[in-house]
Design a protein around this ligand. Sequence first.
Ligand code: FES
Ligand SMILES: [Fe+2]
Length: 362
Amino acid sequence: MSAATVEQLRSAPATPAAAAAPTDQQVQQYLRTGLRNRWWPILPSRFVETGGKPLGITRLGEPLVLWRDSKGAIHVQADRCPHRAVPLSRGINEGDRLRCNYHGVEVGPDGKVLSVPGQPGCPLEGKLAVKTYPAQEIAGAIFVWFGDALHQEPEAFDPPAEITAPEYSSFLCYADWEMPWRYAFDNLMDPMHGTFLHANSHTMYQGETQAHFVTRDTPYGFFFEKAGQRDVNFDWSELVDNGALYVRLEIPYPPAGGPGGNFGITGFGTPIDEDNMCVFFWRTRKVSGWQRDTWRFLYKTNIEKRHWHVLEQDREILAGLKPGLEKYEMLYQHDAGVIRLRRYLAQQARKQLADLQAAGKL
Ligand code: FES
Ligand SMILES: [Fe+2]
């Protein structure tokens, strides 16, 4: 190719200045309220009653109002009245709409203003003025699509068989934790802590206290597993990111745990805000027929309280961490799962930020 002449160079259109790539600091800040463009569980279904009072909560840093209409359908909307922005969760569930308590403005389940009783015919009437989130209920929890400005339409989410398929039986365990959401994910991708932190539990006292870990790719994430030890202790975790972000793991049960396959956890952790989160741990077991009933009975009468105790051990140790302490970490081979998870989340966040920046949506 011949060299460009000075004239050609002078007449060439100026290259638009490339948007600066998101910095590491921006990426970490963005991640503090969670990745967008995913389904996140926000609350157990049973917390919202049909026709009952609207409920105000915060998830991913966004104030939400949850309510069930008189037919039982769940609705999740921005918790702000379109008039003066007071929380709609302080309003009244009219069965097919919410009525703000302040001046009586009524909002439908699609976010449309249905009535401005103080000034009928006011231009606000008929406006789609309240953000409405795509919501669905899966295995006893309300899941919501949090899309960024480029992804308002939800993607499909194929929930894990362990919490939906009839050959499994599960219990949902929900709790609020005062810590950044990523601590729960770090913890789930760190199987080795089971051998130590939970050494006195009924399921995690067996097997080697030393291990070498390997990672294995899957279409939607990766496995982090002990080389040479399976079905003995908490020997592997799998990160899955297929429309929602969660971790699967299994721990074998001793005979006292009753009939059925390994005990499984399908764990989600949803940011409330930058410093708080809620965990959704489905305790699952592949079990059917009379064995299913036996296990469910055993779980309720005997095993559940032990599981809460184990979960409390996790919560208690993680609550001692604070953002910024990472700089003191000296990680070793067992932390390869945590390192890979963090790198993955940062990549995803960086991409979302860059796409928003390129589209001028930041
Ligand atoms: S603030 Fe809701 S009706 Fe006025
Ligand atoms: Fe744990």
